[in-house]
Design a protein around this ligand. Structure first.
Ligand code: DX5
Ligand code: ZN
Length: 220
């Protein structure tokens, strides 16, 4: 089983409520909320006030992806503002175990996000404290980038790493995913699939979510 997590980064912010209703109608179960600070990544997006409004507008699982420096300063605030899942980048936090534990203690699911060129070994000691890993299949910062092909092998290796340790850590993948490549990604072991431009780019988010679910459903 896999879930589709549309990224509102590619949504029309002037009608966010409608966009959210549209993805719900298509069968999305997670809302991916991209937070960028203009430091960790070269772009600035949305933060706590927008999250609070979005929380009031939906019962979907809200998944805050913090692409920010010093995420330990804000991670718990995102849980308090309504995020169910919060991920921080392994590259940005030197006290990752403490941050993950704080997210869990605040009642959130704790995630570690990892950039394409960061080796999986960087996750080793953090895995037992993480509810999920967010594997980046593009360099974070912008929607609409191309899926980096080596991410598929990295995903398989991450799947193996988690399974071999007998952990229940979930795998989420983010960047460049569309109806053309989703089935291989699901087969390789991803459970939460983020999609921004593939969902909102064509102006028909309900249909686009349905199409992704269909394309990702591998009939054995
Ligand atoms: C990239 C963000 C992604 C982005 C995905 O920095 O973390 O969540 O919105 O968008 P697409 O699916 O268009 O690559
Ligand atoms: Zn993201």
């Amino acid at each position: 089983m896999f879930e589709i997590a549309p990224s509102i980064l590619s949504a029309d912010f002037t009608k966010l409520g409608e966009e959210i209703s549209a993805i719900e109608a298509g069968g999305a179960s997670v809302l991916h909320f991209d937070v960028m600070d203009g430091q960790f990544v070269p772009n600035i997006t949305v933060g706590l006030p927008v999250l609070k409004s979005v929380r009031k507008a939906t019962n979907l699982t809200i998944d805050a992806h913090l692409m920010i420096e010093e995420p330990s300063r804000y991670a718990v605030k995102f849980v308090e503002a309504g995020a169910d899942m919060v991920s921080v980048h392994v590259e940005a936090d030197v006290h990752l175990q403490r941050t993950l534990t704080a997210i869990r203690e605040a009642g959130g699911k704790a995630g570690v996000a990892i950039n394409p060129a960061t080796p999986l070994g960087a996750l080793e000691e953090a895995l037992p404290y993480a509810d999920f890993i967010l594997l980046m299949s593009v360099n974070p910062g912008f929607g609409g980038q191309k899926f980096i092909p080596t991410s598929l092998d990295k995903l398989r290796r991450l799947r193996r790493m988690i399974d071999e340790r007998g952990l229940s850590t979930r795998i989420e993948i983010d960047g460049g995913i569309d109806a053309g490549n989703i089935s291989g990604i699901v087969e390789a072991g991803a459970e939460v699939i983020v999609a921004g431009s593939a969902v909102f780019g064509g102006g028909k988010p309900t249909e686009a979510v349905k199409e992704l679910i269909d394309a990702g459903t591998v009939w054995v």
